[in-house]
Design a protein around this ligand. Structure first.
Ligand code: OAK
Length: 787
């Protein structure tokens, strides 16, 4: 086939010019690089064409401190519809595609949900032919790599660029200067193509790398100045050196603020420069640009744009404000107080004095506007952007944009009725919901080709790949035994593949006949990995007491990174690993339950885990998980949810039926109505609970004298200076969770009945495609059109 010959010829060329070898002599990593380079030669001309078709049209931009892209090779081949051909070509060369795929490092430039959502959005927009481009930071180090040593999390740097990164192109000539009070920094763009399925549209992810403004003439310096020159270079490069590894906590560090302003200023300068070159005015800027702020991390865009419009371009303040408000929109991704960004005035004044003055002016204007709208003077503090020595980025984001959205209906309702209610009263028209979604290209087509083929076969069409609501047509097979049988065989196959992988990378054997019960997400108290841990330990003790306890064998799988400074989260990891050690080494328990905490959970690991799951654990404290997106990935691969009424779980159950899922626990209203909750008393009343909670402190487990377990125990029963005891209701929800787990066990006994539940979940997952979400953003917020 001609295409194959061309590709091979290109690979040979890159092998020679990049590595000085022939393709046959390259190692897997090098083979991966030359294959990607060869593909880029085909992609780039189409990319250029795609850009041309949007010229003169309104386009949208997603400003985000995080893009958790994962691997690109397979995803690109699938979207180019060339995977099969490349697999064959490699096979002809005696090369196993899977090994080449595995040689690619994840582009892990994000922490969790917010960063992965950005990646799914880019895929969906390109597939739907919407012009949506990403702007972010090209971190040299992504999220740390995680290992367990003696059950403790240990972090290692993620030097993902070390062996080359073939998908991006450095556009040195489009560099811009970003100015801080302590000096200028050069922002160099690296562009990566985002290929839509079918390759009609290729959008751009532009990530900025920080570099020193001048390459120093080292000869001209004496020794001391040489040191200074090196320091200046290092200081500049440090800005894009590493991703902050906190998920949903705000750290308030100077370098983090530098990162935010760095990529925001560079992105806006980039857009303004291109716009001016074409139109020679900025008055119509908002008619051609829609800019989405991914949480408040890029909120400094609001004063920065005001600076550019008024101080650089000389527009009137009020005209500029109108342009700004009509350009930007803001997405809120959490209600957790500790995640709501507030920057100290001191830091802002020190680093960005001009921006600070503009924020003061915005705040002054807000006050006037509020008074004019009839807000009483004594109420003004509630809205103040600058308050108590801090700048509240969420307030700035609501006031400076035309749209504020939550990411699931429940979350948006909480914003409107509680957290942001005072703002809602002033600007009701600005508030809206955009329930999150996931791309079925990566999370089904790519990660579960076996199930994908079966779906296509049954439907007689692969239209679901770009229109996920097509899956609804699968419902008519819900009582077809032979269909359910095949479906179960596929699940079994995915479990075997995962088991083989776990054996290879973790060295642990797991039983593929057991129920795979999986919780994968960042480690956080509100996500309640601890609840599952207590449940497992209680089950273990019950099994010890009663070896005949009627249970289906289960493998409890966890995957989670804890922020390096989050002591309690690390304590929970160690606790689960201790439970795993106890349970897995007990011969009496062998064959009944097993616990596996996989190391270094990341996008490429997730692709193996979701398809193999029998049970999806979504057990956050009601009202705390804004949406969740992992819940959708499980559903799409046909796993029922055991979960609380929280985030998008509510909508999942709405679509697939409560009878096909396992809902438990307090609801938001129940928690609000709780009075005089005393976990120390309550935990004694629930059979078996005290024993597992106290295992933290009674010598059952060893935390290596770190004090971690005692601290966890205290958090549950005594509380801490900043919170009441058990503020995430682990103890309160324990019994209800245990009862729901019993329902899971009982339901699983009826294998066909179980398969039917899985099938109904799959068939009703159409709503959760990020294609639907993006279409809503495009129509309801951005007002952009397809090519
Ligand atoms: C991260 C940092 C700061 C604020 C929020 C986050 C974050 O990742 N939030 C998560 O966003 C996801 C995408 O909207 C949601 O699905 C998760 O529920 C939410 O925790």
């Amino acid at each position: 086939m001609k295409n194959k010959e061309v590709l091979l010829e290109r690979m040979e060329r890159y092998a020679l010019t990049t590595f000085g070898k022939r393709v046959d002599d390259l190692n897997n990593n090098e083979k991966y690089v030359v294959l990607a380079k060869a593909l880029m030669e085909e992609i780039v001309p189409q990319w250029l064409k795609s850009q041309e078709k949007f010229a003169g049209k309104k386009q949208a931009y997603y400003l985000s401190a995080e893009f958790l892209m994962g691997r690109a090779l397979t995803n690109n081949l699938i979207n180019m519809q060339r995977k099969k051909e490349v697999e064959e070509l490699l096979a002809e060369l005696g090369v196993d595609y899977n090994q080449i795929e595995d040689a690619e490092e994840d582009a892990a430039l994000g922490n969790g949900g917010l960063g992965r959502l950005a990646a799914c959005f880019l895929d969906s927009a390109a597939t739907l032919d919407y012009p949506l481009h990403g702007y972010g930071i090209r971190y040299q180090y992504g999220i740390f790599k995680q290992k367990f040593i003696d059950g403790f999390q240990v972090e290692e740097g993620d030097n993902w660029l070390e062996y080359g990164e073939p998908w991006s192109i450095r556009k040195g000539l489009e560099s811009v200067i970003v100015s801080f009070a302590d000096g200028d920094v050069k922002a160099v763009p690296y562009d990566t193509p985002v290929i839509g399925y079918g390759q009609k549209t290729i959008n751009t992810l532009r990530l900025w790398q920080a570099e020193a403004v001048k390459e120093f003439d080292f000869q001209a310096f004496n020794e001391q100045e040489y040191d200074l020159a090196v320091k200046a270079k290092n200081d500049a490069e440090n800005i894009s050196k590493v991703l902050y590894p906190n998920d949903s906590t705000d750290e308030g560090k100077l370098l983090r603020l530098k990162q935010q302003y760095f990529f925001v200023s560079a992105s806006l300068q980039d857009l303004v420069r291109k716009h001016k070159a074409k139109y020679n005015t900025l008055e119509n800027f908002h008619k051609l640009h829609a800019i989405q702020l991914n949480d408040t991390h890029p909120a400094v865009a609001i004063p920065e744009m005001m600076r550019i419009l008024t101080k650089v371009e000389g527009l009137e303040w009020s005209k500029a404000w109108e342009i700004v408000v009509n350009t930007f929109a803001y997405t809120n991704h959490t209600l957790l107080a500790e995640a709501l960004e507030q920057w100290s005035i001191k830091l802002y004044k020190k680093l960005l004095p001009e921006i600070y003055t503009i924020i003061e002016k915005i705040d002054g204007q807000l006050k006037k506007e509020l008074l004019a709208k009839g807000v009483e003077a004594k109420e003004l503090d509630k809205y103040a952007i600058i308050h108590n020595g801090n700048i509240k980025m969420a307030w700035l984001s609501i006031y400076g944009t035309k749209s504020t959205n939550g990411v699931a209906q429940l979350h948006t309702n909480l914003l409107i009725n509680q957290e942001l209610n005072h703002w809602y009263k002033i600007y009701p028209e600005r508030f809206n919901n955009k329930t999150n979604g996931i791309t079925q290209r990566r999370w089904l087509l790519q990660s579960n080709p076996e199930l994908s083929n079966f779906i296509t076969e049954l439907l007689g069409s692969d239209a679901w790949i770009t229109n996920l609501t097509e899956l609804k047509k699968l419902e008519k097979f819900a009582d077809d035994q032979s269909v359910l049988q095949r479906f179960m065989e596929i699940k079994k196959m995915k479990k075997e593949q995962l088991a083989a992988y776990i054996k290879r990378v973790e060295g642990i054997d797991i039983d593929t006949n057991s129920i795979f019960d999986i919780q994968i997400k960042r480690l956080h108290e509100y996500k309640r990995q601890l609840l599952k841990a207590f449940y497992i330990l209680d089950l273990y003790y019950r099994l010890k007491e009663n070896p005949d306890l009627d249970i289906i064998p289960r493998t409890f799988i966890f995957g989670a990174k804890a922020a390096p400074g989050y002591f309690r989260a690390k304590g929970i990891i160690k606790f689960i690993n201790e439970i795993a050690k106890l349970v897995n080494n007990d011969k009496e328990i062998s064959g009944k339950i097993k616990v596996v905490f996989v190391q270094n959970y990341r996008v490429s690991y997730a692709e193996k885990l979701f398809p193999a799951a029998d049970v999806s654990e979504q057990i956050s404290t009601a009202g705390k998980e804004a949406s969740g997106t992992g819940n959708m990935k499980f559903m799409l691969n046909g796993a029922p949810t055991i979960g609380t009424y929280d985030g998008a779980n509510v909508e999942i159950v709405e679509e697939a039926g409560e009878e096909n899922n396992f809902i438990f626990g307090l609801r938001v209203e129940d928690i609000a109505a709780l009075k005089d909750y005393n976990p120390k008393e309550e935990y004694k009343k629930i059979k078996g609970l005290q024993r597992v909670v106290d295992s933290l402190v009674d010598g059952t487990f060893d935390d290596g004298k770190t004090g971690m377990f005692k601290e966890l125990h205290d958090a549950l029963l005594i509380g801490a200076s900043w919170h009441k005891p058990d503020h995430y209701y682990v103890i309160k929800d324990f019994e209800s969770y245990r009862e729901a787990q019993q329902r899971v066990n009982d339901a699983y006994k009826d294998r066909l009945g179980w398969a039917r539940k899985c099938w109904i979940n799959l068939a009703n997952s159409g709503k959760f495609s990020s294609d639907r979400t993006i279409d809503q953003y495009a129509k309801e917020i951005w007002e952009i059109e397809k090519a």
